[in-house]
Design a protein around this ligand. Structure first.
Ligand code: SF4
Length: 331
């Protein structure tokens, strides 16, 4: 085992063009803007932020779904290396066997016209990873058992299952080609709380058993606290704070992270309510504010924040914050 991260991202940007010709001047949506993160092999890496902060775009860019507008993303696994900014079609095809996505909505993610067996087997058949139906069936049964699905479930159609069971089918489909890296995009957000715990425990045990690496995307910090080793907080396409999970929760240094943490509901109804209300909507990524992108909603913003983008401030070994006043603010 090497110390090299499984995924190493530096200054990565993903832009989408809109407009042009009949639809006015061409403009760019800066969905991900200059992001740098390292994801160590065999860990859960959490990515949190509001809707529209760019989490899903970053996750999909790391799966090779979107072309990179700038920067690099490197995948390294036991001598197998891919540079996502420069991949041939054949390399991309091979890379996709090693990386998979678990979708948010288990109701929309499964074809109602296919049996569970066919749904799980589909990646093997599309990527031609098995040489016979017998081999495909063996692999499907093996991965279904890992995801706590019975043999009789394989003959049924998705409508016969609850949300939690459908998400286990989705997970089995993602795991069937034996990937190394999984992007779990809000994969428990559509489930009841008790079922969420069941799916998170399943992912945890699969991660240990199969040595998987997860990019765990969520808007819910309480779920991330339960699951992840490291967390990056994203705002308007940029990472604003990154730290080991414990450090992020115990020593929060960015006002945006503090606002997200303060929104976690307490079990005790008499507990002091200190939720920090974020004023207004997240600004448009087509025309982001200058300086610190968070200054339009930050109650600590000063004149400097409006013109100068913050550099990274090192708080601790693996704890970094993008705020001019990270050392001064008492949050
Ligand atoms: Fe707030 Fe300024 Fe820090 Fe940005 S740099 S988070 S606006 S205090």
């Amino acid at each position: 085992m090497t110390d090299k991260p499984l995924i190493s991202v530096s200054n990565l940007s993903v832009h989408f063009s809109i407009g042009g010709k009949l639809f006015g001047p061409k403009r760019f949506v800066r969905a991900v803007d200059n992001v740098s993160i390292d994801i160590a092999a065999g860990t859960f890496f959490g990515l949190v932020g509001e809707s529209g902060s760019g989490k899903t775009t970053l996750g999909r860019a790391l799966l090779g779904v979107y072309p990179l507008a700038g920067g690099h993303a490197q995948f390294s696994d036991n001598g197998v290396e891919y540079d996502l900014s420069n991949m041939s079609a054949a390399e991309l095809k091979d890379y996709r066997k090693r990386c998979q996505l678990i979708f948010q909505d288990p109701y929309a993610a499964l074809s109602p016209r296919m049996t569970v067996r066919d749904i799980i087997a589909e990646p093997l058949e599309v990527m031609k990873l098995t040489s016979s139906r017998k081999e495909t069936d063996e692999r499907v049964r093996e991965v279904a058992a890992k995801c706590r699905l019975n043999l009789e479930h394989l003959r049924r159609f998705p409508h016969a299952f609850s949300g939690g069971q459908r998400q286990r089918i989705s997970i089995a489909r993602a795991l069937v080609c034996n990937p190394r890296f999984l992007v779990a995009d809000e994969c428990v957000a559509a489930l009841d709380v008790s079922i969420q715990a069941d799916i998170l425990n399943l992912l945890n045990s699969l991660q240990k058993e199969m040595g998987l690496t997860f990019l765990f995307i969520s808007h819910d910090l309480s779920v991330v606290a339960h699951t992840c080793d490291h967390v990056a907080v994203m705002y308007l396409g940029q990472i604003v704070e990154i730290a080991p999970t414990k450090a992020l929760f115990s020593n929060t240094r960015h006002p945006y992270t503090k606002a997200l943490l303060s929104a976690i509901p307490h079990l005790d109804p008499d507990a002091e309510k200190t939720a920090i209300k974020l004023e207004g909507e997240i600004p448009s990524p087509i025309n982001p504010p200058p300086g610190c992108k968070f200054h339009t909603r930050c109650s600590f913003a000063r004149d400097r924040c409006k013109v100068e983008p913050p550099e990274w401030t090192k708080i601790d070994d693996e704890h970094f914050v993008a705020c001019h006043f990270a050392d001064e603010l008492s949050l």
